[in-house]
Design a protein. Structure first.
Length: 132
């Protein structure tokens, strides 16, 4: 029995997985909200558009998620894209485990854009402290 589906296009909808068309429809219907998320995370219109497009591409190309999770997955891809864009690392080894990301965002302690700013401040403070 093969549990891995190699091609999740139109045939995957019968199995409950989101299809490429589902993601295209989702990004079209929720364009305003998803773009706003990208803008709040990046703080720049051009970067937000790039983040939105990257999120769409990632969702369409890596769409092995249940249909009910498609909206959350789309938001996740935009958050990942924004983090990569705003805090790039040579190896892109950013810890984005879904459990940690959800816990931080649901806590309500930080707005998503504050997380990026706080990370930059922490790294600046750490290097200043190390110099002392």
């Amino acid at each position: 029995m093969n549990l891995l589906c190699e091609n999740r296009s139109t045939s995957s909808s019968a199995k409950g997985y989101a299809t490429r068309d589902d993601f295209r429809e989702l990004f079209t219907e929720d364009m305003t909200a998803l773009h706003l998320l990208a803008y709040l995370l990046t703080g720049d219109q051009e970067k937000a558009e790039q983040c939105f497009v990257t999120g769409l591409e990632d969702s369409v190309n890596n769409n092995s998620v249940f249909k009910e999770w498609a909206r959350s997955w789309a938001q996740r891809t935009i958050v990942q894209s924004a983090i990569r864009m705003m805090a790039p690392r040579p190896d892109h080894a950013v810890c984005l485990c879904s459990v940690c990301s959800r816990a931080i965002l649901r806590s309500g302690l930080f707005h998503p854009s504050q997380l990026l700013t706080r990370g930059r401040q922490d790294s600046t403070n750490a290097s200043t402290t190390a110099d002392l």
